[in-house]
Design a protein around this ligand. Structure first.
Ligand code: AVJ
Length: 326
């Protein structure tokens, strides 16, 4: 049986491909230091593991951001204005979106964009079910690559880019500026960006968030190699790599790594890679900003600072930005 609402979700599938995974995995293993792009975490296993990370007691960002969105929903909706078309980057489970949609006045459409097709469709269908009057157009794509949005139809309010989760923190500053400038191209002057950003805070809070006791983050990290084995026939021995997450003070970021526990080799796409004992593969950066450093970054991309919402402890920031670039 088809889930209700399935007919109402239009899918634009730009097929973020697996050859992309193979090519980028090979390139990342060939360079020194070795580094793999974190977007490949999110196959269906990885997306499910990420949802579990959000439930761990240590991982504060999701629940802190949800609280901010719930508490300031009315102000955020005012900032968005009536008749908004909500375009979400990396929509995941769309849980945060509901808080926004509930507060908005007559949203014109919901356009979730995600790299993980199954996850995207499930979330888009659930939203379509719950908001019967809302047109939903799901886009399966890697938004880190050039992408033009389908034309919207006629009369509407603003385009609201919704980018929660502090995913922007996974990029290094120049790439982050590039992405925010690029998505600005979807906007007219006066359109909005509502973006969640994880902030600097005591390391006793940050570091455990990436080293949860139950080992969910470790499983999420190792899934990158497991995925390579599943999809590309790679031969990583998952028992001989371990998860590590350290805080790099010089760069104000968490760095997640996979560490080879012994000397070993693995085959990927016909090529062999040798790993010394303790060899490091960096798999993710997660930058922590101060509000003013993030504001500068957004302004460098053509967004002007309009509003800011945070929690009691100032752990996480939701920025309301206005497109002023061209
Ligand atoms: C949701 C991508 C921002 O960097 O905190 C969670 C991903 N990695 N635990 C983050 C993640 C390890 C997360 N982002």
């Amino acid at each position: 049986m088809k889930p209700a609402g399935l007919d109402r979700v239009r899918l634009l599938d730009l097929e973020p491909t697996t050859d992309d995974f193979e090519a980028q995995l090979l390139a990342g293993l060939r360079r020194q230091p070795r580094r793999l792009p974190c977007k490949f975490f999110y196959d269906s296993v990885g997306s499910a593991l990420f949802e579990l990370i959000c439930e761990t007691p240590e991982y504060y960002p999701t629940r802190t951001e949800l609280k901010i969105l719930a508490e300031h929903a009315a102000a955020i909706a005012d900032f968005a204005g009536p008749g908004a078309r909500v375009v979400e980057l990396g929509s995941g489970s769309s849980r945060k979106t509901r808080l926004l949609l509930d507060a908005l006045r007559e949203p014109a459409a919901y356009v979730p964009i995600d790299i993980s097709r199954e996850h995207l469709l499930n979330a888009a269908n659930a939203v379509a079910d719950e908001y019967p009057a809302l047109p939903v157009m799901a886009i399966c794509a890697d938004y880190a690559r050039p992408l033009s949005l389908p034309e919207e139809d006629g009369t509407r309010g603003r385009t609201i880019l919704f980018f929660p989760g502090s995913t922007i923190g996974n990029l290094e500053a120049p790439e982050a500026v590039g992405l925010l400038a690029r998505v600005g191209q979807w906007c007219r002057s006066g359109d909005r960006l509502i973006i969640g950003v994880d902030l600097e805070k005591p390391l006793e809070v940050v570091v455990p968030a990436y080293n949860d006791k139950a080992g969910v983050t470790a499983a999420f990290n190792l899934n990158l190699l497991a995925r390579a084995n599943r999809e590309l026939g790679a031969t990583f021995d998952l028992d001989r790599f371990s998860h590590e997450a350290i805080y790099d003070r010089a760069h104000q970021r968490i760095e997640m790594r996979l560490i080879s526990q012994q000397q070993q080799a693995a085959e990927v796409g016909g090529a062999w890679f040798a790993f010394a004992a303790e060899a490091v593969i960096t798999t993710e950066f997660s930058h922590k900003y101060t509000p003013s450093r993030f504001q500068q970054l957004a302004e460098a991309a053509g967004w002007s600072f309009t509003s800011y919402w945070t929690d009691d402890r100032g752990w996480f920031g939701v920025f309301g930005l206005t497109w002023s670039g061209r």
